[in-house]
Design a protein around this ligand. Sequence first.
Ligand code: DHB
Ligand code: MG
Length: 230
Amino acid sequence: MTNDNAELTNLQQQQRTRRQIEEGIAGAFAPEDEGLRNALTSARAAGLPEIQISPIQGKLLQVLAAACNARSILEIGALGGYSGIWLARALPAGGRLITLEISPEHAAVVRNSFEKAGVSDRTEVRVGRALDLLPHLGSDAPFDLVFIDADKPPYPQYLEWALRLTRPGSIIVADNCIRSGKAFLPPQDDVMAGVVEFNRRIASDPRLASLLLAMDEDYTDGFAIAVVKY
Ligand code: DHB
Ligand code: MG
């Protein structure tokens, strides 16, 4: 009993430490402004699921955008526009973010939040199934950065399109590629089948230098990051 309590206290202490580190990094490197906070409250008010990336993940996207000198970014899956704001703000003057969103209702929220965040001039929200929209992006390619954060079963196809629409030196990022470690077990449903196959491809494609990074607040999910080498 005493032992159990001691272990629980240890675990709680670890979680508290992790949260303090997370808040320290976010506070110093990834503070949210009114535009980002509005995107969150608007998405919540519209009933969207609260599954957007963290501020630290948003800042990582900006760092990666800087690393590949991104002027042209493609996002697959806009949700409420929170990640789109981080991405759009990484663009230089004249840069462009195209974000694909299947839900017209969500897209309206996204456009509104982009407007309030002051990034409407450099963003375009296209509405439809990503697999229907992606074949029409040829004239907008190559993209310097592609961020995949949509429905999981087609993740392998999204990777294929990302490879088609990028250039050597481009960076491909995908959210939710760890899933509490389920990504390393035989898949039990089509969601995990998509993620597992995506990871297999992104890890083994000779054109890519890639890695999974566990980076959500409890270390159970995170980004796959890949640089296109050739
Ligand atoms: C889910 C999807 C996401 O993109 C995410 O970041 C978290 C959860 C989901 O579909 O459950
Ligand atoms: Mg996600």
